[in-house]
Ligand binder design. Structure first.
Ligand code: ADP
Ligand code: MG
Length: 715
C-alpha cells in the first residue's frame, strides 16, 4: 500500500507535530491535498542575478558575491548588534550589514560564494546590502530561480511550507486527476493540472510559472462560466408569468421629456422578455439588468416595466438599498403612476407597525399594485396576491441571496436589476452572472459636464477657499475619504493586480485621510459652515438622518467614506472632493463624480492625490479627460487588468453569500483568457446542458461544489 494519499493528514509528515498541525490548520491546511492547493502569494526572482554595477536600488535585487572579509560584529547598544562584511563581484565591491544576527560570523568566510537577495542602497559610491537573504553557491547544486513566498501565520515559515509541500508533491501529485476535458485544454494551449500545481510551488522558470497560473485562472473562470451557463439554460426552461401587450405612451406622454434611444431600447428589451411568447406559447422569467451611468435615467425604465406588470394584472415590487433612495423612488413613481389610477405604497424598516400591517394586508388582498421599499420588503410577513415583477436598484448593495429572497416570493415573477456600475463588455458576464444585460449608453440631453481637476497637497489652502466659495454661493459639497478614523489600517481598496510577477508593489507610505479628523479640521478652519460626517460605522437610522439633512440643505459639507456612492440625488451639490483619489477604482471615482452636476449648478470634481507614480497619474488623467463611464471602465481594465474586477466580484459574492472565490483569476491580467474560458464553458453546456456526459463528470462535481451556494441549479 502507498504511504501517502491526497487525503493523508499533514500530521503524518515528519516534522509536523501537534503545534505545527494547529498552525497549518489556521491556514486551512489539513491534508496533503490542501497543502498542494495552498499557493504562494508571491515569488522572489532570485535567479535574476545582477552585477553590483547594474543594481537599480529599487525593490529586492539579487547578486552573486564572493566574501572578501571575515564578519565584524559590534554591539551598538543594548539589544542592537550589527555585523558587517565586505564582498565583491567582477564589477565592484559592497558592504553587507546584518542586524541582530551575530551567528552570521559562522556562515560567511573569506573566499566563499553566496547568492544574496535583498534591498540594496547606495550612498556616494558605497553600496550596501541590508539583511539580505543568502544561499551558498555549491558546485553541482542549482539554486532556484523563483523562490515561492507563502502567506504566513505565526510560527510557520515560508521555508517550512516549502519543505513539506515538496514532499506532498513528490508523493501524491500523480493522484490528481485533471477535470478539464483534454479537447478544451489543448485548444487553449494549457498545461495539465499536475504540471501546473507543481510549477506553482516550484517553478522551473518564469514561463512555466506563467503557464501554470494561466491554467489555474482558466479553471476558475471556466467553472464559474459553466455554473452561469447551466443556470441560464435552466432558467430558459422555466415558465414565467406572461405580461399583456399594452400601450406605454399612456405613461411616456406624462413625462416632461422624451426618452433617449438607449432608454427606449432597454424598455423594449423588458417588453420583449415579458410579453413575447416563445414557440411553445410560454414566457420564461426575465432575468435582466439595466446598466447605465449615474443620471442616465434608469428609474423611468423601471417605472415603465412596473406599468406593464400592473396593466397585465400583476403586482410589482421595487427594492432600494437605503431608505432615502426608497423614498426618492416612491415619490417619483407615485407622482406619475397615481395619475393612471395605480396604487403605490412605501414600506421601510422605520414604517410604524400599524402602517406595516395595513400595507401587508393590502399587498395580500391585491389592493396595492406597487410596493417600494428597503430590505423590509423581504420580511416573511410580506406576501403578495400575485407578484409579477421584482426590481432591485443598485445591485451591489444587495447580496445575490437577498435578491433571490424577494424573488422567491413568486417563482414565476420577472426580475429586473438596475446598476450604475459600468462594466467592460468582456467582463459583464462575470459581474452580472446569469443576467441579460441592457445598456443605457447615452445621457439625457442638456447635462452639464462636471469639470474635473487633479491636485496634490500643495493645493490644500486653495481647496479650502473653494469649498467656502461654493457654500457661500449657495452650493453644497461632498468630501470622500478612504478611511473612517485615524489609525484605521491601510486596507487595500483594490487588490494588487497580476501575479504576472510585476505587481507586488510595496505599500506607498502615504497617510490616508479619514472622515473624523477631516470633519473636525474643517469645523475649525471653516467655522461658519455646517459640516456633517457619514461612514459605515454609523447606524443606518442616523445615516439616513444625516443624508436627509444634507439633501434638505441643513448641512453644507458632507465628509464621508464611500457610503454615499449609491444613487443619492442632491441636485444642489456642486463640488465633489475625493481625498487619496489614487486609492479608488476609476469606476468608483466616476460614480462619486456622478453625485454632483445633477441640478442647475455648474459643478466640479477635485481629485486629491499625492501618489506620484506614472500609473497613478495616468489613471487620474483618465478621470480628468474622460466623462463616459464605459470608456473609463474599458481604460481602467486595460491599465489594471481584469484581476481587480475578479477580486471585487469575489469579494462581494464571498461577503454576501459565501459565493465563489476567484483566487487565481483575480491575479490574472489577461482578458483574452477570460473570454476563452467563458466560450469554452458556453460550448460545453450547449452540447451537454446538465453536464451528464462521462467526460464532464469531474467538472460537474466542481460546479456543484463551488457554485451551488450561489446558483443552486444542478443537483
Ligand atoms: P439613474 O440612472 O442614475 O437612476 P435617474 O433615473 O435618477 O438616473 O434620472 C436622473 C434624472 O434624469 C431624473 O431627474 C430624471 O427625471 C431625468 N431624466 C431621465 N430620463 C430623462 C430624459 N430622457 N431626458 C431628460 N431627463 C431625463
Ligand atoms: Mg438611480
Amino acid at each position: 500500500m502507498k504511504k501517502y494519499t491526497l487525503s493523508t493528514p499533514v500530521s503524518a509528515l515528519s516534522g509536523v507535530g501537534a503545534a505545527r498541525e494547529k498552525q497549518l490548520a489556521k491556514l486551512g491546511i489539513f491534508t496533503l491535498r490542501d497543502l498542494i492547493y495552498f499557493f504562494p502569494r508571491a515569488y522572489e526572482r532570485r535567479g535574476d542575478v545582477k552585477r553590483l554595477s547594474d543594481l537599480q536600488f529599487e525593490g529586492q535585487e539579487s547578486v552573486i558575491l564572493t566574501v572578501a572579509s571575515e564578519v565584524k560584529s559590534a554591539q551598538l547598544r543594548r539589544g542592537l548588534t550589527i555585523s558587517k562584511l565586505r564582498a565583491f563581484d567582477e564589477s565592484g565591491a559592497c558592504e553587507i550589514v546584518f542586524f541582530n544576527t551575530p551567528f552570521v560570523k559562522d556562515v560567511f568566510h573569506t573566499g566563499a560564494e553566496f547568492r544574496f537577495y535583498g534591498k540594496a542602497s547606495v550612498s556616494g559610491r558605497r553600496i550596501q546590502l541590508t539583511n539580505p537573504k543568502y544561499e551558498p553557491i555549491i558546485p553541482g547544486r542549482e539554486l532556484e530561480a523563483m523562490v515561492p513566498v507563502y502567506p504566513l501565520t505565526d510560527g510557520i515559515s515560508s521555508k517550512f511550507i516549502d519543505k513539506i509541500t515538496k514532499i506532498a508533491i513528490d508523493e501524491v501529485i500523480t493522484e490528481i486527476t485533471d477535470p478539464l476535458p483534454d479537447s478544451i485544454r489543448i485548444k487553449n494551449s494549457l498545461p495539465v493540472l499536475s504540471y501546473a500545481l507543481k510549477n506553482l510551488h516550484f517553478p522551473e522558470n518564469e514561463d512555466a510559472l506563467k503557464k501554470s497560473l494561466t491554467r489555474l485562472a482558466f479553471d476558475e473562470m471556466f467553472i464559474f462560466g459553466l455554473g452561469i451557463s447551466v443556470s441560464s439554460q435552466h432558467k430558459k426552461r422555466l415558465i414565467g408569468v406572461p405580461f399583456a401587450p399594452c400601450d406605454l405612451s399612456a405613461v411616456t406622454s406624462l413625462l416632461p421629456y422624451e426618452l433617449t434611444d438607449s432608454q427606449k431600447n432597454a424598455v423594449n428589451d423588458v417588453y420583449r422578455d415579458t410579453v413575447f411568447k416563445d414557440k411553445n406559447g410560454n414566457v420564461s422569467p426575465m432575468a435582466r439588468i439595466i446598466v447605465g451611468d449615474v443620471g442616465s435615467g434608469k428609474t423611468v425604465c423601471a417605472i415603465l416595466a412596473m406599468y406593464i406588470a400592473v396593466k397585465s394584472g400583476y403586482q410589482a415590487a421595487l427594492m432600494a438599498p437605503t431608505e432615502i433612495l426608497a423614498r426618492q423612488h416612491f415619490f417619483e413613481v407615485d407622482s406619475l403612476l397615481s395619475r393612471l389610477g395605480i396604487k403605490t405604497e412605501l414600506l421601510l424598516g422605520s414604517t410604524t407597525q400599524k402602517e406595516k400591517k395595513r400595507i401587508y394586508s393590502a399587498l395580500e388582498s391585491g389592493d396595492v399594485d406597487i410596493v417600494i421599499g428597503t430590505h423590509a420588503l423581504i420580511s416573511d410577513k410580506v406576501d403578495f396576491k400575485n407578484l409579477g415583477l421584482v426590481i432591485t436598484d443598485e445591485q451591489h448593495r444587495f447580496g445575490v441571496r437577498q435578491r433571490a429572497t424577494l424573488k422567491d416570493k413568486s417563482r414565476t415573477a420577472h426580475l429586473l436589476v438596475m446598476s450604475a456600475t459600468p462594466i467592460p463588455r468582456t467582463l459583464a458576464l462575470t459581474m452580472y452572472g446569469d443576467l441579460d444585460v441592457s445598456r443605457i449608453t447615452e445621457m439625457p440631453k442638456g447635462r452639464m459636464r462636471v469639470d474635473t481637476f487633479v491636485v496634490d497637497e500643495s493645493y490644500r489652502d486653495r481647496l479650502l477657499s473653494f469649498i467656502e466659495k461654493q457654500v457661500l454661493s449657495g452650493g453644497q459639497c461632498y468630501v470622500v475619504c478612504p478611511a473612517i478614523e485615524a489609525d484605521e489600517e491601510d486596507r487595500e481598496l483594490y487588490a494588487p493586480t497580476s501575479i504576472s510577477l510585476t505587481a507586488f508593489d510595496k505599500a506607498n507610505n502615504i497617510k490616508l485621510k479619514n472622515t473624523l479628523e477631516y470633519a473636525e479640521n474643517l469645523r475649525q478652519k471653516l467655522p461658519n459652515l455646517r459640516i456633517g460626517c457619514l461612514h459605515g460605522k454609523i447606524k443606518s437610522a442616523e445615516k439616513d438622518e444625516v443624508m436627509h439633512k444634507f439633501s434638505g440643505g441643513e448641512i453644507d459639507v458632507l465628509v464621508s467614506t464611500t457610503v454615499i456612492e449609491v444613487g443619492v440625488n442632491v441636485p444642489n451639490a456642486s463640488l465633489m472632493i475625493v481625498e487619496n483619489a489614487d486609492r479608488f477604482g476609476l469606476s468608483q471615482l466616476h460614480q462619486l463624480r456622478g453625485r454632483v452636476g445633477r441640478g442647475e449648478r455648474k459643478s466640479y470634481c477635485v481629485l486629491v492625490s499625492d501618489l506620484n507614480t506614472d500609473k497613478a497619474r495616468a489613471r487620474l488623467e483618465i478621470m480628468r479627460t474622460t466623462y463616459d463611464g464605459y470608456e473609463i471602465s474599458e481604460r481602467d481594465l486595460i491599465l489594471r487588468g481584469p484581476g481587480d474586477f475578479f477580486a471585487s466580484v469575489s469579494d462581494d459574492s464571498m461577503r454576501q453569500s459565501g459565493g465563489f472565490e476567484f483566487k487565481m483569476a483575480k491575479l490574472c491580467d489577461d482578458s483574452e483568457l477570460f473570454s476563452a474560458a467563458f466560450s469554452a464553458a458556453k460550448e460545453t453546456v450547449e452540447s451537454d446542458p446538465d453536464l451528464t456526459l462521462a467526460e464532464h463528470e469531474l467538472i460537474r462535481k466542481e460546479v456543484i461544489q463551488h457554485l451551488n451556494p450561489t446558483l443552486s441549479t444542478i443537483s
